[in-house]
Every structure is written in structure tokens, then in C-alpha cells.
Design a binder for this molecule. Structure first.
Ligand code: SAM
Length: 139
């Protein structure tokens, strides 16, 4: 990859329309956690439309740990973080929204995941799969 093949786009992601079926790999690290549920309902399908069939999407983000003292720890950290970023940067989100259902609705299937920091951080790899609702040419 040479530098002249890299394009930087400075835009509001909520208003930007990416080119269709163009990007083999989408990476959203600590980005989807900035948005409210209704914003993600628009944003995730919009970004998904830029992936060709079999395109991949890597997501790294915070999550609430499922149980035990790890859950309480993550709730405290996330509560403090959202309060801080809402106050200082006017972040629209008030809390974390799990993007998994919207990624699945957009045609992505979970390929693998890793969890770090006592359940606070989660990294996932998704792959665009052909929709079963789309009839095949032979049908
Ligand atoms: C927590 S930072 C993560 C940055 C980087 N992905 C990383 O892992 O270091 C979240 C980024 O999302 C950007 N962001 C938030 N809302 C946005 C929007 N509506 N459009 C474009 N960028 C946005 C912020 O400007 C910030 O750079």
C-alpha cells in the first residue's frame, strides 16, 4: 500500500455517505460507543453498505462485564467515563449500546472475539455474509 492510495475524509459520520461495497475492511475502535441507540440504528447500516460481500469489520470497544465484581467495576468505570465525556466533549451518548444486534441485522456474522481488562474491553471480528433473504439467481 502506497501513501497515494490513502484518502483522509474529515466529516460528520452521521451525515457522511460512504461509497457502496468499497472497503474490504472497516475498523471502528472506540468509536461506536460515542453514539446513542437511535444514531447507531442509522450509522451501522450506513457504514455496512460500504462493505462488499465477505468484507470484514473490526470493532474494539468498552463493554459491561457480564457478572461478579468485574461487572460492578466496569459499571463504575463506564459511569465515570460517560459523565466525564458528556460534560467535557458534549458526547451524545449517555451509556454504552451493544452494537452486536445492529451488526447482525446489517448482514455481519461474528467470527471471533477477545476480552481484556477483566471484561471491560472487547475486540470482535465480523464478516459480511450473503443475506438468506436475497433470492439466488437460480431461484
Ligand atoms: C474515543 S476516540 C477513538 C479514536 C480512535 N479510533 C482510537 O482508537 O484512538 C472517538 C473518535 O470518534 C470521533 N467522533 C465522534 N463522533 C463523531 C462523528 N459524529 N463523526 C466523526 N467522528 C466522530 C471523535 O472525534 C474521536 O476522534
Amino acid at each position: 500500500m502506497t501513501a497515494d492510495r490513502v484518502t483522509f475524509i474529515h466529516a460528520d459520520a452521521l451525515a457522511w455517505q460512504p461509497p457502496r461495497k468499497t472497503y474490504d475492511l472497516i475498523v471502528t475502535h472506540f468509536f461506536l460507543d460515542c453514539f446513542r441507540p437511535e444514531q447507531l440504528q442509522h450509522l451501522i447500516p450506513t457504514i455496512a453498505s460500504s462493505a462488499p460481500p465477505a468484507g470484514h469489520w473490526l470493532v474494539a470497544d468498552f463493554q459491561e462485564a457480564p457478572a461478579g465484581w468485574q461487572k460492578i467495576r466496569s459499571q463504575l468505570i463506564l459511569g465515570l467515563m460517560y459523565w466525564f465525556f458528556r460534560t467535557v466533549t458534549r458526547l451524545p451518548a449517555r451509556r454504552l449500546t451493544c452494537p452486536d444486534p445492529l451488526l447482525r441485522q446489517a448482514g455481519f456474522q461474528l467470527q471471533g472475539e477477545q476480552v481484556f481488562e477483566w471484561g471491560l474491553l472487547r475486540s470482535t471480528c465480523w464478516k459480511q455474509v450473503p443475506s438468506s433473504r436475497t433470492p439466488s439467481p437460480a431461484a
